[in-house]
Design a protein around this ligand. Structure first.
Ligand SMILES: [Zn+2]
Ligand SMILES: [Zn+2]
Length: 233
């Protein structure tokens, strides 16, 4: 309830005074140009989806699910703060720059595909007062001029933070499903990718439901624990 109240206050304040940047707190605009230019786009030698060592953007295993995979930047600095503002500080307006960053990252050939946001657990939606991925998805669909499909649903609430790679994958595979045939082509979107378990599970659910092609687009890649830099091209 507190978060719903904060969201309303945030929205009302946005009407009377422009937002200060959620990252630097100084410049105006929810996410200022300067912070935007500091987004780290480095990553190297790993699959963008699952983080396993790979000489290509997508490893062989992930290519079985995705026809292409796009990431805006590394989850550090301004980009980390921007995602945090939407997820943990009830700044709904942060969904605008997040959608815009994805829009800029996606090649225009894919603009006819339907957007499928990774479903958020009901517990998280209740706590925040909104579904942050649905917000980003709606704004992205509007920017691109394509449709948004909530084609994939979640069976149970699950939190992945404490699980290892294998357990994450097993939990994710069980959690997502398509309730009806989905024969079109889709772009699955999410905010953060770490082991790729969620993205792969959602992508597989779409494939099993008959999707012709499936692409992935994520705002931020969780940096490697070893501290090795990534290179995102
Ligand atoms: Zn800023
Ligand atoms: Zn991979």
């Amino acid at each position: 309830m507190q978060n719903v109240k904060n969201t309303i206050i945030d929205w009302l304040l946005g009407l009377v005074a422009p937002h200060l940047c959620v990252s630097c707190g100084q410049n105006t605009g929810v996410f200022c140009e300067r912070c935007n230019s500091y987004i780290e786009k480095q990553s190297y030698g790993v699959c963008w989806c699952c983080s396993r060592p790979s000489g290509r953007n997508l490893c062989l295993r992930c290519r079985e699910v995705f026809d292409g995979f796009f990431v805006v930047g590394v989850r550090r600095g301004p980009l980390k703060k921007l995602i945090g503002a939407l997820k943990f500080q009830s700044v709904r307006a942060a969904s605008f720059p997040l959608a815009y960053l994805l829009y800029r990252r996606l090649p225009s050939e894919l603009w006819t595909l339907a957007i499928v946001p990774v479903p958020t657990s009901t517990a998280h939606v209740r706590r925040r007062g909104y579904d942050h991925m649905l917000l980003i998805g709606r704004r992205l669909a509007r920017l691109i001029g394509c449709s948004l499909h909530q084609a994939v649903l979640t069976r149970a609430t699950h939190t992945q933070h404490s699980l290892g790679r294998r357990s994450r994958q097993v939990a994710a595979e069980r959690a997502y499903y398509c309730p009806r045939p989905t024969p079109d082509s889709y772009i699955v979107i999410d905010d953060i990718v770490t082991t790729g378990a969620t993205m792969l599970a959602v992508g597989r659910a779409l494939r099993q439901a008959g999707a012709r092609s499936v692409y992935g687009a994520v705002v931020a890649k969780q940096p490697s624990r070893l501290g090795a830099p990534y290179l995102l091209k």
